[in-house]
Design a protein around this ligand. Structure first.
Ligand code: 13P
Length: 281
C-alpha cells in the first residue's frame, strides 16, 4: 500500500527509523522495493524535483503503486527538498503520499508561512509534509550549500516552526552534509538530544546519510531519528557497477542491456536491505 509518513511512523514505531532512499532513475526502483520486501520492511522512496521531472510524477506514482502491491509492502513516495511551492502541490495532486517543502534559505517567517500553506494543501489530501529549519550543507541535485551557508538547527526556531506549521516531519541540521563520501560526518549529539526532547510530536529526519558511520547511525536512531535519508551512496554504487559491466559490452553489442544493469540493480537492493536493517537497530 502507498502510505504517508505519519502512517508509517505510527505503524512501524517498533522498527525505530525508516530508510528513505533517493531514486535516480526508474530502473532502480523495482530492486529497492524488492529489497524492502525481502526483509519485510516499510520503505520511503524519495525523488528530487529533477528526478521527478526526468521520470514524470505520473509514472513514478503508478510504478510505486504497482510495486507496493506486487510486493505487498507499505511504501511512501516522497518529494525531497523542493523549494518550488507549485511543484510541491503538483506532486500532491499527482499522488505522492508525502512531500518536503524546503524553505530553509528563507527567513523563518517566510519559511513558516510557505510551509503552513503547503501543510494545509497536503493534509486535506492525506499527504504528509516535511519541513526544514537550519541548513544542511553539501551538494545535491546540482544545488550546493557551502560550509558558510550551512547552519545548525536552532531549538527555539524549530519549536516555533513545528507549532506554527503543524508539519509531520522535520529535517534538522546537526552536522551531516549531503553527498559526503570522503570523510565521516561529525554529529552534534547534544543538539540532537535536545531536539528530540523538545520535539516529540514530529518525526525527526536525518539528511545526508551517505558518509555517516554505522555507529553514528545507531546512535542517531537511539536519540530519536525517525526517517533517515540515503542518496549519494546509491548513485555512486550504480555508477561503479555499470562502469564495470558497460565497457566490455562495447565489444559484444548484442548483449542485452538488461544483463549489464543487473549487477547495479542487485547492489541497490543490498544497500536498501543493509541500511533498513541498520536503522531498525
Ligand atoms: P546523501 O546523498 O548524502 O546520502 O543525502 C541524501 C539526502 O539527505 C537527501 O535529502
Amino acid at each position: 500500500m502507498m502510505e504517508n509518513l505519519n502512517t508509517l511512523f505510527n505503524k512501524y514505531d517498533n522498527k525505530k527509523a525508516i530508510g528513505s532512499f533517493n531514486v535516480h532513475c526508474l530502473e532502480m526502483l523495482p530492486s529497492m522495493l524488492l529489497g524492502a520486501k525481502e526483509i519485510e520492511s516499510p520503505i520511503i522512496i524519495q525523488t528530487s524535483l529533477g528526478t521527478a521531472k526526468y521520470i514524470g510524477f505520473d509514472l513514478l506514482v503508478s510504478t510505486m503503486d504497482t510495486l507496493a502491491n506486487r510486493y505487498q509492502i507499505d511504501a511512501c513516495l516522497h518529494l525531497d527538498h523542493c523549494t518550488d511551492m507549485n511543484a510541491v502541490k503538483e506532486a500532491v495532486d499527482a499522488g505522492y503520499t508525502s512531500v518536503m517543502y524546503d524553505g530553509s534559505s528563507l527567513t523563518l517567517e517566510e519559511n513558516i508561512s510557505n510551509t503552513r500553506e503547503i501543510v494545509e494543501y497536503a493534509h486535506k489530501r492525506n499527504v504528509s509534509v516535511e519541513g526544514e529549519v537550519g541548513s544542511i550543507g553539501g551538494a545535491e541535485d546540482g544545488l550546493i550549500i557551502d560550509e558558510e551557508q550551512a547552519k545548525y538547527t536552532d531549538i527555539d526556531e524549530a519549536i516555533r516552526f513545528v507549532e506554527e506549521t503543524q508539519v509531520d516531519a522535520l529535517a534538522v541540521a546537526i552536522g551531516t552534509t549531503h553527498g559526503q563520501f570522503k570523510s565521516k560526518a561529525k554529529i552534534n549529539y547534544e543538539l540532537l538530544s535536545s531536539l528530540s526532547e523538545n520535539l516529540d510530536k514530529v518525526g525527526l529526519v536525518l539528511h545526508g546519510g551517505t558518509g555517516v558511520s554505522d555507529e553514528d547511525m545507531r546512535k542517531c536512531v537511539r536519540e530519536g531519528m525517525k526517517k533517515i535519508n540515503v542518496g549519494s551512496e546509491l548513485n555512486k554504487s550504480y555508477i561503479e557497477l555499470v562502469n564495470e559491466t558497460f565497457p566490455p559490452a562495447l565489444d559484444a553489442p548484442l548483449t542485452s542491456l538488461r544483463k549489464l544493469l543487473n549487477p547495479a540493480n542487485d547492489k541497490i537492493k543490498e544497500i536498501v536491505k543493509e541500511k533498513s536493517l541498520l536503522f531498525q537497530l
